[in-house]
Design a protein around this ligand. Structure first.
Ligand code: 5GP
Ligand code: ZN
Length: 115
């Protein structure tokens, strides 16, 4: 847990968010500035700065985050049309919140490669 981390605060319920799923390990909520018709962020409750910190101690949790991404895509009816799951790491990727999160984006055609 990190005191001044905005996503830790969302996980603790100290900042409001439109939560679409939560359990003892993860929270999923709608992005405040959506980049697609469906834009949901999935975070671990545990503070992990980015996916660069994935190691043997937390790999199972990361697998679980991706399991929840698949569950949410079904919930949001994205499976037939397709969708994107992405995580940004560090400055060049444009990571703006240093608490690991997976974006689930869908509801429109995506460009590749990303800008
Ligand atoms: P990043 O740029 O780090 O990959 O993604 C951070 C995402 O968090 C951005 O898409 C941004 O819109 C979203 N975000 C930042 N602050 C908040 C907030 O307080 N609430 C919600 N729901 N989303 C946020
Ligand atoms: Zn945090």
């Amino acid at each position: 847990m990190a005191d001044n981390c905005i996503f830790c605060k969302i996980a603790r319920g100290e900042i409001p968010a439109t939560i679409v799923y939560q359990d003892e390990r993860v929270v999923a909520f709608r992005d405040i500035n959506p980049g697609a018709p469906v834009h949901i962020l999935i975070i671990p409750r545990e503070h992990i700065a980015s996916a660069a910190e994935i190691d043997a101690s937390n790999a199972a949790l990361v697998g679980y985050l991706l399991q929840i991404a698949a569950q949410i895509a079904k919930q949001e009816n994205l499976v037939d049309s397709g969708y994107r799951v992405v995580t940004n790491i560090g400055a060049d990727a444009g990571q703006s919140v240093p608490h690991m999160h997976f974006h689930v984006l869908g509801g429109r055609q995506m460009a590749w490669p990303p800008g």
